[in-house]
Structures are given as structure tokens and as C-alpha cells.
Design a protein around this ligand. Sequence first.
Ligand code: KIV
Ligand code: ZN
Length: 539
Amino acid sequence: MASADENYVRIFDTTLRDGEQSPGATLTAAEKLEVARALSRLGVDIIEAGFPAASPDDHAAVSAIAAEVGVLPGAGPGQGKTGEPPVICALARASREDIDAAWEAIKHAAHPRIHTFLATSELHMKHKLGMTHAQVVERVRTSVLRARSLCDDVEFSPEDAGRSDPAFLYEVLDEAIRAGATTVNIPDTVGYTLPDEYGALIAGIVERVPGIDRVTVSVHCHDDLGLATANTLAGLKAGARQAEVAVNGIGERAGNCALEEVVMALHTRYWLLGLKTGIDTTQLVRLSRLVSTCTGMVVQPNKAIVGANAFSHEAGIHQDGMLKHEQTYEIMQPETVGAGKTQLVLGKHSGRHAFKLRMAELGFPLDEGELEIAFARFKRVADRKKTVVDADLSALVTTDLRQRCEYWVLEDLQVGCGTLGMPTASVRLRGPDGASRVRAAVGTGPVDAAYRAIDELVQRPSTLLEYAVHAVTEGIDALGEVSVRIRSDEEPRIWHGHGADTDIIVASVKAYLAAVNRMLTSLDARRPSHLISEARGET
Ligand code: KIV
Ligand code: ZN
């Protein structure tokens, strides 16, 4: 399924699959849908929506994305700005059960794709799979055949290709293509290769694998040595025409190749590389923020393209140069990636209609119930803050609206702190049984005190691993956005939460409660119901 334009690079986004494998980055189904809508608006060609065989939740989220984003106009498949829905892809191990589950989840999309994989490095085949070369080749053949019997668009990945013997890789890819694969993806699963080496691997495949000209060659690079973007570009220069990427570079361990970095490298150095994508670059910063709030993975300030400092100039000599000519120290315009000046969009006199319209433009279509809550929240913020800009609106939706859950709800919070006394917090929560309960606690600071009070009310112990606060916009009246990560003492898994408010103690409590609620939702989903009632204090 090669693209008609040989210089067109398909962007395959795996934020919701490989990206979501980052520890603690678990998204709710509503958040996944939100991110998928934003990816479609951005113009990605393929959305890898998840791994349906992994859990019923993942299956349901992929189905919901296929049924909504997979049928609405987008930029797919593969030509940029076609008005067609993007391809919706689901991952499957090389087994009939996984492949069938993937198909079930994506079959309602206009352009479904099954992505199946099997490891081909000596290390993985011997120690992980316990399979011989011949068995691997045979499993690839039967898996791709099975996938093709269900779906016209099938991608095959030889996992750990970066450390596989090239001659064996050619044999496996040949088999996959003969069985009907339409895309072959070459993962540097452990981020081991160097750019020249990875480029040569792709060049070898393009040159030697029979039938390779009939399929799309794809690159998939992890960032363990900080080389994911360099390797991806080397692969594209060597002939690959699909790049697998994740927003903000999130993913297993050190992460995946960052979508924004590859897209902007191709955009900025077009005259050198001659390769293009269908991405609307002006949406990159907004999407980065959405993914950061939904996953709780804070973007470092000096992150290329989307970091808070990516377009700031501090040194006097740089500022002087910029004043004389902006290209002295700027290779991209901030507006190109959507990092231009924040626009004033709404104020306290804005009405429901304008609010609803702006939210839809930002990619947050609200139903009547959601509009009710979000508008009331917006009014409260607009009363306290002179200007409410896009970043504030996204923060409100991704925190207050999308994290709602029926466990513990914040009703009231009162803190006392300062240099004279002991920081104290009183917290009133409405519990899962509908009853309000109050606790007061003393801590090292007001946030610590509030968190202790919540722990006493919830009685499900966890450890706070990370607490980060940042201002959504500039100015003293800015919304403060807080992200936390906690680990349950019942099970060693990590959950995140975020909260936004003009009062950072309130934002901190909202973030903590969101993380606790996420934790309880997933812990209790796997417990017998009588234990859940006990834990909720209902018996
Ligand atoms: O890194 C990897 O090998 C993967 C495959 C499943 C494509 O994510
Ligand atoms: Zn990967």
C-alpha cells in the first residue's frame, strides 16, 4: 500500500499504545477518546489505539475510538488532508486469539489495521519465546495470514529488529509480505542502534527483501540512548515512509520517538530532506499539553519543540540578536508549532454558547451534562482570573471534567498555615456511599496536611512518589496545575492525577484525589464485590 506521493511520510501515532505503556501513564477511556480526537485533528495518518487482548478496558477503549474517530473525517489514510478518517490500528501478539480480539475492536473503523508482531533477535527467540528460527518464520506466516483473512490492512513488526541478524530479518519479512502484510515495521525495541547503523539496516531491507516495493516500510525507534529521533530520520532517509512516534516521546523506559520532533525536523529541513507529512504543526503544543495532563507526565522545560523554554531567550547576547533579527537564534517560528502568544478567548461575560463553541473548536465537544459542569467551573475561574485563555480551558476540561469518578469527591477544604503555627488542613469528602465525612490533620505544610487528612478518610494506603506544580499561563492570577504520582501499598503499581485551580492547595487536593480515585477504580475492578463493599465502608 505504498503512498502515491513517494516523498510523503505517514505519521503513525502510538501514544495510546506504546506511549500508554509508560509506568503510571494509564488513561481513562474518556481521556483516550479525547487524545484520539486531537490526533485526528492534528492530521496523523494512523492512530494505534491500543492492545485489545491486554484487558477488557483496552478492548473497549479501542472499539470506542474505532467507532467514533475511525469514521469521522480526518487526514487519513496516508495522503494528508484527504478528509477521510484516519486508519485505526490495534496491536496483537502473533496469536489467533490476539489477532481476533484486535479485529473485533477495530472492525467498525472506516480504515482498520491489525498490527501483529513477533521477536526475531537471537536473545528474544531463545530466552523469551523459546522458539527456533523455523518456528518463528512459520508463526509469522500463519499470523499474518490470519490477520489478512480479517482485514485488508496488516502491519507486521519483527520485535527487537535492531538486534536481529539482518539475513534472518530479510527471510522473516519476505514471509510476512508473501502472507499479505501491507506494512513492515522495523522496531529498535531497546533503543540500541546508532543512526548510521539503523539507516543501513533500513537500506538493506529496502534493497534486499523481495516484494518490499509493494509495501510501506516503517520505522519505530526507542530512546534509550537519546537517539530515537536521529534514528527515525536516518530510517526515513534510507527509504522508510512511515514513522511510528508518540506525543512528547512517551513510552516504555526512555520512551518512543517524539512525534513533534520528527514532524518539525522534516518541516524545518524540507529543502534538505525533501520529505513531507500531513500534520498541522500549529496544533503541536496544544496536543502536547493535552497528553501531558492526561498522562500526568510533565514535559521538561527544555524539551525540543513543546517545552516551556523551547522558544525563550534568556542570555543578553541572544536577546540582543533576536531584537535585531528573529532568525539569529530561532530556526522555527513559535507560531508554527502553536506556541505563539496566548490569545484571550473568553471572559466572565461570555455566554454558554460562546463557551460551548470554543470548547468544541479546541477539541472538547461537550454534551449537555458536561456543559453544565464545565460552564459553572469556567464562570468561577473567570470571576477570579482576568482572562481565560485556551490553555486554561483545556486544563479545566482535562482535570475537572474528564477525571470525574464516583469514589471520593471533594466537598470542602480549609487550611491554616504560615510561620506561626503548625500547618493544618480540614477536608470534607463525599464517600462512595454518598455520606460526607470530615477529617483534620497536621502536616509539614498545607498540602501534606491535606493529603494526610484524605488518607485518613480513604483508608487505602499509598505512597506519594511525585508532586509537581506549574502555572498554566503567565501572571499572578494564573491557574496552578498540579500533577501527582502515587503507588498503592496494596499492589506495586503507579497511578497519576492532575488538578487545576487558581488556588494551588485546592489544585493539589484535586490532583491527589484524582490519583486516589484512579487507583481505587483499577484496584477494585479486580476484587470480588464483597471486598469492595467492605473497603468502601458499605458493610
Ligand atoms: O518496540 C517494539 O518493538 C514495539 C513493537 C510491538 C512494535 O513496540
Ligand atoms: Zn515500541
